[in-house]
Design a protein around this ligand. Structure first.
Ligand code: NAP
Length: 365
């Protein structure tokens, strides 16, 4: 059995990966070793065939004993540890959730429902670095797979509504702390009018007591239209990733432009995207519905009605599910090649953990 080391297994992505692998009995197929940057020596998670103690995640000697390393620890860890491991000759398979290695020539961005053939060809060619894509990019490609397969897309503009947990466990907890603070202020002013309450909340949000160490700003009762660092193009790094990663995943011969504004919102889990899709030629709505709805086992077409949209096309309805719904599909008044759509998906499942799980299982096969 192959020896698989897991780093970052208690973070948001890592813990969802553990949950999925436990549910699907994957641990029976490997010997597992759990690493930690902060808790080495403590008890490891009790899964089948696991070594009982946590190993030190910064020790190359321990890491290099593994056939496969799966890191959900984040980009700083990858930047520090991965080059050292390769430099000292470790030739195992590196599977990663962080963005650090995505655009490197010797890495494949994995998204099983969309580029399984590429993953398999790469494995046969001896590629050893497999990286999960950006969560919004992966979910966008699963949703629009049917249109990309038919080479129908001229460009896409995506306006995102990204959940707090997309920024990690500490940030998600911070959103809840902010909501608690809002709730406490509300409870202390039971007789206040709506306008008085709005003023109290606005004052609270700008006060130094409001918890905002991780986001740096209020997210509760607010939206944050900047995610990740600044790029020279004026895009945020999250916005920049859409085009470069999507085209790498799809292996397009000519770049399909994908751009828009990425916004953090107060949803807990699930990233949503409002799309403007420019097609290369006009197409009937029913043709698009058929192409989109049948592209892969995970995409789910939602009828463009108020009732179905509000029932099926919200983070509350989709959290914890593997399906990737797409709805609000209609021709826009902009012209007969412009279509509107709204899609969302669990950014911790197909947006992060599930592509890693799929490639791990293929590496074991
Ligand atoms: P995260 O929740 O912040 O976890 C990363 C590490 O932080 C954990 O492994 C843990 O390391 C440490 N940690 C500190 N306090 C913690 C707490 N209260 N609860 C849990 N862990 C805590 O990061 P993540 O969101 O899983 O992201 C991991 C990587 O995946 C990043 O590169 C991210 O960009 C990428 N990614 C994230 C998402 C997403 O939706 N979150 C989606 C796609 C890709 P120790 O156990 O070693 O202390």
């Amino acid at each position: 059995m192959k020896r698989v080391g897991f780093i970052g297994w208690r973070g948001m992505v890592g813990s969802v990966l553990m949950e999925r692998m436990t549910d699907e009995n994957d641990f029976g197929r490997m010997e597992s070793f759990f690493f930690s940057t902060s808790q080495s020596g403590d008890s490891a998670p009790k899964v089948k065939n696991a070594f009982e103690k946590l190993l030190p995640a910064m020790e190359l000697k321990e890491l290099s004993k593994m056939d496969i390393l799966v890191s959900c620890q984040g980009g700083e860890y990858t930047s520090e540890i991965f080059p050292q491991l390769r430099a000292q000759g470790w030739s195992g398979v590196w599977i990663d959730a962080a963005s650090t290695l995505r655009m490197k020539d010797d890495s494949v961005i994995v998204l099983d429902p969309v580029n399984r053939n590429l993953i398999q060809e790469s494995m046969a060619r001896g590629v050893k670095n497999f990286v999960g894509g950006n969560c919004t990019v992966s979910l966008l490609l699963i949703a629009l797979h049917g249109l990309f397969k038919e080479n129908l897309v001229e460009w896409v503009s995506s306006m995102t509504y990204q959940a707090a947990s997309g920024a990690g466990a500490k940030n998600m907890i911070e959103l809840l702390d902010q909501m608690k603070s809002v709730g406490t202020t509300f409870a202390a002013n039971p007789a206040a009018s709506a306008l008085e309450l709005e003023k109290k909340m606005t004052t609270l949000m700008s006060s130094s007591e409001f918890p905002k160490t991780n986001f740096g700003h209020p997210l509760a009762l607010n939206v944050l239209p900047w995610i990740d660092s600044e790029m020279p193009s004026g895009q945020s790094k999250e916005e920049w990733k859409a085009q470069v990663e999507a085209n790498k995943i799809l292996q397009t011969k000519t770049t399909v432009p994908i751009d828009g504004t990425c916004v953090r919102v107060g949803a807990l889990r699930c990233h949503s995207q409002g799309l403007t899709i420019k097609l290369k030629k006009s197409a009937h709505l029913s043709t698009l519905e058929e192409l989109l709805g049948n592209a892969n086992p995970w995409v789910k077409l939602v009828a463009n009605t108020k009732a179905e949209t509000l029932k099926e096309l919200t983070p509350a309805a989709v959290s914890g599910k593997l399906s990737v719904p797409i709805g609000r599909l209609r021709q826009m008044t902009l012209g007969d090649t412009y279509f509107n759509a709204f899609t969302l998906g669990d950014q911790l499942l197909w947006g992060a953990a599930e592509p890693l799980r799929c490639v791990l299982l293929q590496t074991l096969a």
